[in-house]
Write a protein that binds this ligand. Structure first.
Ligand code: F0G
Length: 464
């Protein structure tokens, strides 16, 4: 092989394909593809402190890329084909309130905040990868299905670069206004598919194959290359000391798969000498990964995953007409496309899968925000998950834990305002279907008369 290729994840197939082929899955067996590198042909700085200093594409965008500065570790695209909108400027933050909420020592607890990306979510990391590959192969139209963040990201890359048109497939009514507004504003062709995300995902795969449209969902292995960089920035923020745990929300399972790949590649290169454990957190309203792992014993099994377990799980969902349903709309997904790679992630990283209630998600979100970090509901699944794992004794109170906050607070303000300001009765009316009944950590707005006297009185009463 040249320095890199695409390779089927199934060990009995292991077919390899050129980097310039556009393959949403392995043509030989239908499994997912990885990007693999012949590291011996590449020059990787051996000291971690030298990482993160690679050249980034400056042409036009004038922005530092937190993805391409780690280009040495995802060297699939020639420099002139790399596209950036200034993604990957994220922070690893201390968060005393969320630490206390999760039951972890504040000194060893961190939140990796990806809401600072240009389109407001971690998706920009991955889109830098997929969009650059689309650019390498000369694509003129790119598409994705989305619960809202992938579409916002694709739409931003397409309009900012002017390189191609974006077509996005949304489950009608299954997207927050914050995210829909981005796709519309950035000028993407926006299709509201009558169905949910899982339907939109199936249709975009069908249509893009039929029409030769470039697909940027995380089934695209180049997306995951970009998403590896979150782990590089986490490690950089920890001075390359490996944490005990990385905890992230699970939807289509791209992020968790990418994190694991980043970590074991660094490990295999000898850049880190220990691997963290990973926890992948579903919402209980979309619990496929957690159920398959915990209740049905689904395993990576050296890459020979028992497909019959997955097929019968999906057949039962269909027979019972079960649809994903969660306030964390970003992860309202019952058929995650990266399921097998996520199984590999928990296999290699001694990981766990779990699910948390929507009430737990909103309570965690309110506690995160008290540290000045606004996130959308799906992101807070990470902290809710860490709390559950501490309570179960899986995560130690003294462990070094990094929870990933995947998207910005303003992506979905409706849920936030409802949590803080609705009466319990109204909350139950609005979100009872998600099992949300209370807002224990709510910060109620105060009605005041249009009078300084009343306002002063209310302020004094509140501040005590
Ligand atoms: N958090 C947020 C804010 C997301 O938007 C998503 C996925 C996830 C977590 C889950 O990450 O899919 O890698 O497991 N959003 C996709 C979208 C599905 O279309 O924007 P994952």
């Amino acid at each position: 092989m040249s320095h890199a290729c695409q390779k089927c994840i199934h060990p009995d197939c292991a077919a390899e394909y050129d980097l310039y082929q556009v393959l949403p899955k392995c043509p030989a067996c239908g499994n997912l593809l990885d990007i693999i590198y012949d590291w011996d042909q590449l020059r990787i700085p051996s000291h971690p402190m030298m990482l993160g200093r690679a050249a980034w594409p400056s042409g036009g965008m004038g922005a530092i890329s937190g993805v391409w500065r780690f280009g040495d570790l995802l060297p699939f695209a020639p420099l002139e084909k790399r596209v950036s909108i200034g993604e990957g400027h994220t922070q690893l933050r201390v968060s005393p309130n969320a630490a206390a909420y999760a039951g972890i020592k504040k000194e060893t607890f961190r939140l990796q905040y990806e809401g600072l990306n240009p389109s407001g979510s971690f998706k920009d990391n991955g889109m830098a990868g997929a969009f650059s590959h689309a650019n390498m192969v000369g694509a003129k139209v790119a598409a994705c299905a989305s619960t809202g963040n992938t579409s916002a990201s694709l739409a931003a890359f397409a309009s900012a670069s002017g390189l191609m048109r974006a077509i996005i497939f949304i489950g009608d009514g299954k997207i927050s206004y914050g995210k829909l507004s981005q796709a519309l504003d950035y000028g993407a062709v926006t299709l509201l598919v009558q169905g949910d995300f899982d339907d939109a995902m199936a249709r975009v795969q069908e249509v893009s194959a039929r029409e030769g449209i470039y697909l940027v969902n995380s089934v695209n292995p180049f997306r995951l290359e970009g998403q590896k960089t979150t782990m590089f920035r986490v490690l950089e923020g920890l001075n390359w000391q490996v944490p005990d745990w990385v905890v992230c929300p699970g939807g289509n399972l791209g992020n968790s798969s990418a994190f694991a790949k980043a970590l074991y590649e660094l490990y295999d290169l000898g850049i880190i000498t220990k691997l963290p454990r990973i926890a992948i957190v579903n919402s209980s309203g979309a619990p496929t990964f957690s159920r398959l792992v915990n209740d049905h014993g689904l395993k990576w099994n050296g890459g020979r995953v028992d497909d019959s377990i997955i097929d019968s799980y999906y057949a039962k969902l269909d027979a019972d007409n079960v649809k994903a349903s969660t306030i964390a709309s970003a992860i309202e997904i019952n058929r995650p496309v990266n399921l097998k790679k996520a199984l590999r992630a928990i296999d290699r990283l001694n990981g766990v899968a779990l699910d948390v209630s929507d009430q737990a998600i909103l309570d965690a979100k309110a506690n995160i925000a008290r540290d000045g970090l606004g996130c959308e509901p799906a992101s807070a699944a990470s902290v809710a998950g860490a709390k559950q794992l501490v309570e179960k004794g899986v995560i130690d109170r003294d462990a070094t834990v990094v929870c990933i906050l995947t998207g910005h607070q303003l992506k979905d303000p409706h849920a936030t305002v409802a949590y803080h300001s609705f009466s319990e009765e109204d909350l139950a009316k609005e979100y009872g279907r998600f099992g949300i009944a209370t807002s224990k950590y709510g910060n109620r707005p105060i009605s005041v008369a249009n009078s300084a006297d009343d306002i002063v009185a209310k302020i004094r009463q509140t501040l005590g």
